[in-house]
Structures are given as structure tokens and as C-alpha cells.
Design a protein around this ligand. Structure first.
Ligand code: AOF
Ligand code: ZN
Length: 373
């Protein structure tokens, strides 16, 4: 087959992979295309956790036509027995003769073993086609597997003059409806959404994914909203009102508090899960929180909070990405700044790299990556 044909098939597999972006977690979302005699005979993408891997779906669709086929898959087929059987074995059994994987699986349980297993069975194996594109599809999974911490992204909304709330704390709404749809999708692709008690008190936010606010097709919206991210509230002194929306039953919640704080009876009565964390003048131990979220297999972590917590994550060097929605309004000089980051000298400034800037309805979305020194 020509290079262009193979590239086209892998691009199709990447497109399929993205269909699992709101539902496959904690699994990486993978896509697979099976081709025989120049025709697609099967397609699949990773199903919600515990469900089929991409290859199994594609093989099922192909049936007998898989014999003699080539598989294009966005991640190395697995070689281990996890919640589902090894995909490498399934491909061998089905009589696939050639496998092109975009990248090796960074999961140490696989890490090349899947490709080796296929080669040992006499299958022609290639790895690396559209690799950089494939890596961009699952950055959270790669980060969790390779550095032991998922990808942490903060979302902030500001006025053109860089303000996020009035002095009173009032902040609803700075951005328009389209930006809020975008935020729903950010939540839907995340395993956890982190906020601070200040935001909970001032906005009574619910931090849920809502099927009718995602702006997706009915089928996609249903799949996306079937999974609710863990809501994490950082609340050192346990000031969260027991009646707060984040404590309702719409999604799981974790209340993080100072390890020495006395837990009010009304909070105990809500039966919310709690995580005591070390605490100092800068607030709760964010590293401890991220260790917990890693143990819970969180690939993408969204921080939706006020200027203080966003500043704390940045100071600790823990933010991988900031998404700033900039609204065409001015909120004036008494309003609160984007971040609490008390710097004094130009030498202290934090350099950023702007990765993307695009219009979202009436607002602009700016995606930046901090360049920690
Ligand atoms: C594949 N195809 O579509 C995906 C793979 O517990 P399990 O059985 O679901 O396995 C999870 C691991 O399998 C996951 O950590 C990753 O290494 C790999 N994901 N592999 O062959 C797929 N999603
Ligand atoms: Zn698999």
C-alpha cells in the first residue's frame, strides 16, 4: 500500500479515537481501522472503562474479513490481561497479517510487549505513523504513565482588562454562551474538576457535565454525560455549606481539608468523601491532592477556580496548561485580577507560550503553556 493510503487510514483511526475522548477514561481513547484489499472492513474505538478496546470492536465488525487484513491503530495493541483480554492475541487469532501502530503504549504493563508479541507471531509490524498527532490525542494518559501525574489544565474567564470577578465576588457571567459550552466539553473530557471553597460559596457551582449543554450530537452527548468527573473542593477550614450544589448526588465529590481541621457534624452527615491534606500558609498540599488523583487514574485534571488557587497551582509549577476565555468587556480597576501571583521584579515574571488563540462565540479562547524555569 502507498504511504498516502496508510497515512489516510491512520488519520481515520485518529478520528475514531477522538470519539472516545469523553468516555474512555481512565483508558486512553484509541481508534482502529481494519483494511483488506484496499477496503475498510472494520472500525472501532475504545468503549467506556471495562468495555471493548478499539481493536476488539473493529475485529467484531470485520468478522471473517479480518483474515489477511492490516490493522491501523493509534496505540500499540495491549499485551496484558486487564479488564479485557490482550488485543495483540485477538489480532493474531483473527489472522491479521500486518499492524501499523502510531505509538508505543507508555503503560509499563505493555511498553513494547504488544508489538513484540505480534512480531513473534509472524505479523508485519510498524510503529510511528502519525505519532506526534497520536500523542496529542491522549496527553493526559501519556503524562500519567510517564511522569506519574496526569495533565493539569486550569480554565479561567476574564474581561479584556484581565479581571475575573467584581470586588464583591460577583462573576456570573463574564463570558458568553459559546464559551460555557466549551467549558462543558473541558469538564466532560476530565477525570476530575478541582475548585476552591471560595468559588463554591460565591457561585454555588455544580461542576457537573450536562447532556443538553455540550453542543454535541445526541449520541455523543449521552456518552459524554454518562461519565461525571470527580468534583474536588479544596476547603482547608471546611466552610462548604452542607446544602451546596457540589455536595448533591449528581456526581461524586471529594472534600479536601486541612488535616487538623475539625469536621462539622453537618458535613459528616452529608457522607461526602473527605481527604485530609497537609496545610501551610500557602494552603493545602496540592502535590498530595495530585498523588491522590493519580492513584485514582486521573488522566486529565481541570482546575476551575478563582485567582488564589490558580496562582497556587502555578507557583507550585503544577499547571501544564491554562485556558483563558477573554470576554469583550471591561470590569474596572476595583475588580479582582486573573491570578494572585505576587511578583515584584521583571526577573520573576513567568514566561508563557501561546499555543492557540481562537474565537469562541463573542469571546476569545487563549491556550497557554507555562515555561517554568
Ligand atoms: C488497546 N486498545 O483501545 C486501549 C488500550 O484494563 P483494560 O483491559 O481496559 O486495559 C487498560 C490498558 O490498556 C490501558 O492502561 C492502556 O495501556 C491500554 N489501552 N489498549 O490495545 C485500546 N484503550
Ligand atoms: Zn487492548
Amino acid at each position: 500500500m502507498s504511504d498516502a493510503f496508510a497515512t489516510g487510514m491512520m488519520a481515520r483511526a485518529l478520528q475514531l479515537a477522538r470519539r472516545g475522548m469523553y468516555s474512555a477514561m481512565p483508558n486512553p481513547h484509541v481508534g482502529c481501522v481494519l483494511v483488506r484489499d484496499g477496503a475498510v472492513v472494520g472500525e472501532g474505538f475504545t468503549q467506556p472503562a471495562g468495555g471493548d478496546h478499539a481493536e476488539v470492536q473493529a475485529l467484531r465488525q470485520a468478522g471473517d474479513a479480518a483474515r489477511g487484513a492490516t490493522a491501523y491503530v493509534t496505540l500499540e495493541p495491549c499485551s496484558h490481561q486487564g479488564k479485557t483480554g490482550p488485543c495483540a492475541d485477538a489480532l493474531i487469532r483473527a489472522g491479521v497479517v500486518s499492524v501499523s501502530a502510531a505509538m508505543e503504549d507508555p503503560n509499563p504493563l505493555v511498553a513494547g510487549n504488544g508489538l513484540q508479541k505480534l512480531r513473534a507471531a509472524g505479523i508485519q509490524v510498524e510503529c510511528g505513523l502519525l505519532e506526534s498527532e497520536a500523542r496529542l490525542v491522549i496527553p493526559g494518559f501519556i503524562a500519567r504513565m510517564s511522569r506519574g501525574r496526569g495533565r493539569v489544565r486550569a480554565k479561567l474567564a476574564m474581561s479584556l482588562d484581565g479581571r475575573t470577578a467584581m470586588a464583591s465576588g460577583e462573576s456570573q457571567w463574564i463570558t458568553g454562551a459559546a464559551a460555557r459550552v466549551d467549558v462543558q466539553r473541558l469538564r466532560a473530557m476530565s477525570c476530575a474538576v478541582v475548585t476552591g471553597v471560595g468559588t463554591v460559596i460565591s457561585d454555588n457551582c455544580s461542576l457537573t457535565v450536562r447532556e443538553d449543554e455540550l453542543g454535541l450530537s445526541p449520541e455523543e452527548a449521552l456518552r459524554a454525560s454518562a461519565h461525571q468527573p470527580l468534583r474536588v473542593v479544596l476547603d482547608s477550614g471546611l466552610r462548604t455549606p452542607p446544602s451546596a450544589n457540589v455536595l448533591d448526588s449528581a456526581a461524586p465529590t471529594l472534600l479536601c481539608h486541612a488535616d487538623q481541621a475539625v469536621v462539622p457534624a453537618a458535613i459528616i452527615a452529608t457522607a461526602v468523601n473527605r481527604l485530609p491534606l497537609e496545610h501551610d500558609k500557602n494552603g493545602l498540599d496540592l502535590h498530595g491532592l495530585l498523588d491522590f488523583l493519580t492513584a485514582r487514574q486521573s488522566n486529565e485534571i481541570l482546575v476551575e477556580c478563582g485567582p488564589r488557587l490558580a496562582g497556587a497551582f502555578l507557583r507550585e509549577g503544577l499547571l501544564d496548561e491554562l485556558i483563558v476565555y477573554m470576554a469583550p468587556v471591561l470590569m474596572g480597576s476595583d475588580a479582582r485580577p486573573l491570578l494572585e501571583l505576587p511578583l515584584q521584579r521583571m526577573t520573576e515574571k513567568l514566561p508563557l507560550h501561546i499555543e492557540d488563540m481562537r474565537r469562541v462565540g463573542q469571546d476569545w479562547r487563549i491556550t497557554v503553556v507555562p515555561r517554568y524555569q
